[in-house]
Design a binder for this molecule. Structure first.
Ligand SMILES: [Zn+2]
Length: 500
């Protein structure tokens, strides 16, 4: 199995978002393995038009009609973007007070745009193989949060647990909801659904509204699949062999008795195994049994440093003012090799249309997001950044390189004419920052290197104590930079009459 990363829920100018579909596809292709492009399509139980709701009702109606008018062209563009290196899915979104919002995702390019009152009717009547993924589930009941009473695991194998809206795992989870749609509600969290015996897997996606699928920090879906094809990813999503990440590509394998995350098995003796590779220093790994911590690993307990082997290095670029700033960079490695790298680009952040914000809605995220491995010793990249909206709302871009070598491996980073060279051994002690020009200008940062001993973790646990007819085990991983992975549960039934 390989782990693939993508975005199953995001918006652009095909409805009431911003930026072209073509640009959204280009941004997605620059750093994702797969993406759906989900236009807003309908809101059967929308609020009545009143002076206070007029702005909101109007932009929805205009957006829905825009999708309807262009549906054939949109579908064709998405179908043509499906290639052997990048998988696309069709889809669209239904808002609902009664059921909570869902986005339809389909493997089928013939997906029909039909208008129904519920996600179930859409899946039934859309003329294609589709699933309905509940999203921003934590909003107040009847206020577009999930309705667990109406949840149907046959329609919704996975639930979106994190996006730009915030995190829906539990009342205490990092990233509470602060969008103008309101706070998250304990009745509508993931932990409540699981407590009520619902069976589903986890994904995350951006819900970006300005055509930047996979924008860093807004959520991505991780899928454990055999190959990068529509069929293989689809099989994995339906099997719930998925997890959600906030942004960093944390690699997680999580199994009970060799059954992958998302599985349903029957056993009284449970062997829980996991392999985790983080992108930064670990805060915690927690394995939960029936929602309660079963095993905890603290990052503080890994202090050893390998003198040779693998190291991860993060370079982050941005800061400065709200104008676009172009970065051109090269990293070279001597006495070592670049094993792999991941980019974490992001552009201008928009969650929903607002009366208070202005930007060029056609070109908003038509920006540069390029990278290439020129050889085993050289990585080059180019990207545009804007300044941070606030100290709590970063807009920087970054990448993480995995380097094979030893303490004497020499790394040189050149960015817009500024060069810094250091040995891995030095980078384990000190990172580096520099400003590009005047005070308050853009800057870049090289983080302290993270040795393999601090980013690679394996678990092997035993549990012989069934607690309920069906116990569920899931895992959460957090890094010190507030990047998370939320790994789908394995559902384990008790052996006995009717279960063996
Ligand atoms: Zn949405």
């Amino acid at each position: 199995m390989n782990i693939y990363f993508g975005d199953l829920h995001n918006h652009c100018g095909i409805t009431y978002g911003f930026g072209s579909l073509e640009n959204a596809i280009a941004r997605a292709k620059s750093q994702l393995d797969f993406a759906a492009f989900t236009g807003h399509a309908m809101w059967p139980d929308m609020y009545a038009k009143a002076p206070e709701t007029e702005f909101v009702v109007n932009f929805h109606e205009v957006g829905f009609e825009k999708l309807r008018q262009n549906w054939e062209k949109i579908r064709k563009t998405i179908a043509e973007a499906n290639t052997k290196d990048f998988v696309t899915f069709q889809g669209y979104e239904i808002h609902s007070r009664q059921y909570g919002d869902h986005h339809l995702v389909s493997i089928d390019d013939d997906l029909k745009l039909v208008y129904m009152d519920s996600p179930g009717e859409l899946v039934r009547d859309c003329g294609a193989e589709a699933i309905a993924v509940p999203h921003h589930i934590g909003y107040t009941p009847d206020y577009r949060g999930i309705n667990w009473d109406k949840f149907d695991e046959a329609l919704s194998p996975v639930v979106e647990v994190y996006s730009k809206h915030g995190c829906s795992m539990s009342e205490d989870a990092d990233y509470p909801y602060y969008h103008n749609m309101g706070p998250r509600d304990t009745r509508n969290m993931v932990d409540e659904g699981l407590r009520r015996g619902k069976k589903f897997g986890f994904v995350a996606s951006t819900d970006h509204h300005a055509g930047f699928p996979g924008s860093y920090g807004d959520g991505m879906a991780a899928v454990a699949a055999r190959s990068l094809t529509r069929e293989s990813l689809w099989e994995a999503i339906k099997a719930r062999r998925t997890y959600g990440v906030t942004g960093d590509r944390i690699l997680c394998e999580f199994k009970v008795n060799d059954a992958w995350m998302g599985s349903e098995i029957t056993a009284n003796h449970r062997r829980i195994t996991a392999r985790i590779e983080t992108e930064g220093t670990l805060n915690k790994i927690v394995v939960y049994k029936n929602g309660k911590p079963f095993h905890v690993i603290n990052g503080e307990s890994s202090q050893e440093v390998n003198r040779e082997g693998y190291y991860k290095l993060r370079v982050e670029m941005g800061w400065g003012n709200q104008n676009l700033y172009r970065w051109n960079g090269v990293m070279t490695v001597e006495n070592g090799e670049i094993e792999s790298y991941n980019t974490y680009f992001r552009g201008r952040s928009v969650l929903a249309p607002s009366k208070d914000e202005t930007y060029d809605e056609n070109t908003i995220n038509d920006i540069c997001t390029q990278s290439s491995l020129d050889s085993l010793r050289q990585l080059s990249w180019a990207c545009d950044t804007v300044g941070n909206k606030s100290t709590l709302h970063p807009s920087t871009s970054s990448f993480v390189v995995k380097i094979k070598g030893n303490l004497d491996t020499k790394v040189t980073v050149t960015l817009n004419g500024k060069t810094y060279t250091a040995l891995v051994g030095e980078l384990l002690e000190y990172g580096y920052t520099t400003h590009m020009e005047y005070y308050h200008s853009q800057a870049f940062k090289i983080y302290k290197a993270v040795p393999e001993t601090k980013y690679l973790f394996c678990l092997d646990l035993e549990d012989d104590k069934p607690e309920t007819d069906c116990d569920y085990y899931h895992m959460e991983v957090s890094q010190n930079n507030r990047q998370w992975a939320f790994v789908s549960p394995v559902f384990v039934k008790k052996e006995g009459e009717g279960n063996v």
